[in-house]
Design a protein around this ligand. Structure first.
Ligand SMILES: [Ca+2]
Ligand SMILES: [Ca+2]
Length: 655
């Protein structure tokens, strides 16, 4: 409107009036803030992510076997997304992508051995919210950096993180301990594997609920990356989740394996956990100021597959109402690997019973929470905020942005999404395929030949999206190795799943039980890797040089008493039998003496290779003596450590 003097006078009055009312508003809002305590504080955020819970494993999605009444209610009370996608098709990378707001072409975690770390100093959702004044807690499985690495959650914005750092550790619901800010918290009566006295998910939930209680008067971010129904299919037989199934025919069928039944019960346990959280928020009167997300992590896996159920007993990627499938599943970039359940609830802010087809993935969580909390964000985020889709244009003051493209890479696979189009190259140097998801959600008809111009745009986007991968680093792998071994506790599972270990076998091997350690250069007491373990006859136990309170440098030394005089013909070395290599000998000296104090020139200088098998170092001629000094001079990876599962000494008792 053009200004004129008449109007200006009116404007002046109205400006004065609005200033006055603004002042009054300030006064009154200050007053109400005082009255209402924290009326102006940013909302609390609860983000629940159930490991492997799949798109069609929920009752409201038509699943006929699994019961999820509370998740169903949440869907009706809030918004449900049909095109929410994982940032990666497996646990570790997607967690890192989500936490850092980076897609897989930029993310620091791109593989999935279980503990690949974020880089030091990388901003995360937690550090962003912490800077904004939030209390930040995480309860469940971290997966973005093992203990002893640059990726631990307490170095990335979490005040408090309790649960599993390494994903292999997380396979057991009965580990001997869980981890709290990198410290071990023993769980009573547990020794890894599939049974025990303290169920990890109960402990994790308890801590998370305590965190909410403790921080009810300030803004908090409570991240629940809970592990069920992933891992070994274990749930206490008296868990209330089983009640939901007691009258179900399939559940009472003795031909159905207990693991299958447990899986369903674990999903229902997650359903109950969700309700416990919502009930607590209601009891604390935080419901209206808390936004709650409930999601899966990656796409479903065709678990419990059979001829009768080729897409798995529960059909995680099979629409039970229409029979339409998502191709593939966890681990690949077809829709089966990426579609996840995604619900958000915020009474009074999010309209109930809303279904949204907005296309987004977990990379968008960071910018969404940043907008929600009115927080500063790093400039190099890949995602977009979906807040407008959640709370409406009126609340955010702007339209919902849309993705031009979404990008994924994982292993040898690459994929791009552009609106209805999905381009995927399933193998390195393979051909690109193009699917129109609007008419072919099952990705069966390759249209690459029909729409070369569409495909070339998407390939160009893929090429521009990939940066060389740079992961974080480990200061030591010892703690991570220990966490991974805790999956099976003292029963040990040093070589992957087989549980087999190598042993030292030799004629005239001096029995371990008669060898004593007289002296040692250092040992690692904090995790029990003591010098005596090198001669205890048990290949699963190992000696490791000190690393916790300062690194001890080579040579690493043991002085052994054989308990009598022997004519010694050789030595054996067995490297550690777990997954690690830290400390494994590359070069060692063995010296025989008849005095425990004086050792001359080495009897044998041995070069060892990087093998888990027993290695021999024989003497050119038998050497008589009662004492042996073992010295590691060099480690297989060139680090400072020294370690041994067993040292063997071969010889005959001197006559
Ligand atoms: Ca997962
Ligand atoms: Ca041993």
């Amino acid at each position: 409107m053009p200004l004129n003097t008449h109007c200006s006078a009116q404007r002046f009055v109205s400006v004065v009036l609005s200033c006055l009312s603004a002042i009054l508003l300030c006064v009154s809002s200050a007053k109400s803030a005082e009255q209402a305590g924290n009326a102006k504080q940013p909302p609390n955020i609860v983000y629940i992510m159930s490991d492997e819970l799949a798109y069609y494993e929920l009752s409201h999605m038509g699943n006929e076997r699994i019961h999820t009444p509370n998740i169903d209610r949440m869907a009706s009370e809030g918004i449900r997304f049909t095109q929410a996608l994982a940032a990666a098709p497996v646990c570790g990378p997607l967690r890192a992508c989500m936490m850092t707001g980076k897609h897989m072409g930029h993310c620091s975690v791109r593989d999935n051995p279980g503990g690949t770390p974020l880089r030091a100093g990388e901003a995360t959702i937690a550090s962003m919210l912490k800077d904004r004044g939030y209390a930040t807690g995480g309860y469940g499985k971290w997966g973005a950096g093992g203990r002893g690495s640059t990726g631990v959650p307490e170095d990335h914005g979490f005040d408090d993180f309790f649960g599993y750092y390494d994903q292999v550790h997380a396979h057991s619901f009965y580990p001997p301990y869980l981890v709290h800010n990198s410290k071990e918290v023993p769980l009573a009566g547990n020794d890894g594997g599939r049974s025990g006295e303290t169920y990890a998910n109960y402990e994790i939930m308890k801590r998370g609920l305590d965190f909410i209680r403790e921080n009810k008067d300030r803004p908090f971010f409570c991240y629940f990356p809970i592990t069920p129904p992933h891992g070994m299919y274990d749930i206490p037989a008296d868990d209330p989740a089983f009640d939901a199934y007691k009258d179900d025919e399939w559940f009472n069928d003795p031909k159905i394996a207990q693991d299958v039944k447990n899986y369903a019960a674990m999903v229902t346990m997650v359903d109950n956990d969700l309700q416990t959280i919502l009930d607590l928020l209601r009891d604390l009167k935080l419901e209206d100021n808390t936004i709650v997300f409930f999601t899966g992590d990656n796409g479903g896996q065709d678990r419990f597959r059979s001829n009768e159920y080729p897409r798995g007993y529960f059909g995680p990627n099979l629409n039970p109402r229409t029979g339409v499938e998502f191709r593939g599943g966890k681990g690949n970039l077809y829709e089966g690997g990426l579609r996840i359940p995604y619900l958000v609830r915020w009474p009074g802010k999010i309209k109930p019973n809303t279904v949204s087809d907005l296309l987004f993935n977990q990379v968008d969580v960071f910018p969404t929470l940043a907008e929600l909390a009115d927080a500063k964000t790093p400039k190099d985020l890949d995602g977009m905020s979906i807040l407008t889709e959640l709370v409406g244009e009126e609340a955010t003051g702007h339209k919902q942005e849309q993705h031009d493209f979404l990008y994924w890479e994982y292993g040898n696979q690459t994929a791009v999404r552009m609106g209805q189009w999905k381009a995927i190259r399933a193998r390195k140097d393979g051909e690109w395929a193009l699917y129109d998801l609007a008419s072919d959600v099952s990705e069966t008809k390759d249209l690459a030949g029909q729409h070369p111009e569409v495909l070339s745009k998407m390939i160009a986007h893929a090429d521009a999206s990939h940066e060389p991968w740079q992961a974080g680093t480990f200061f030591t792998k010892e703690l991570q190795d220990r966490d991974r071994a805790a999956k099976f506790g003292s029963k040990g599972n040093p070589n992957g799943t087989s549980g087999k270990v190598n042993t030292i076998k030799a004629k005239n091997l001096i029995p371990a039980k008669q060898i004593k350690v007289l002296r040692f250069s250092s040992q690692n007491e904090s995790n029990g890797k003591l010098a005596v373990n090198a001669v205890d006859g048990n290949p699963r136990s190992l000696w490791h040089s000190r690393f916790d309170s300062g690194v001890a440098a080579p040579p690493h030394e043991l002085v052994l008493d054989l308990g009598g005089t022997y004519d010694i013909t050789g030595f054996r070395y067995l490297a550690r039998q777990d997954n690690g290599w830290n400390g494994a000998f590359a070069k060692a000296e063995f010296t025989v003496s008849d005095s425990a104090e004086d050792f001359g020139d080495p009897t044998v200088i041995a070069e060892f290779t990087k093998t888990k098998k027993s290695q021999a170092a024989d003497c050119p001629n038998p050497v008589r003596g009662r004492y042996v000094r073992v010295r590691s001079m060099k480690e297989v990876n060139g680090s400072q450590w020294g370690s041994a599962a067993e040292i063997g000494i071969v010889g005959k008792k001197a006559k």
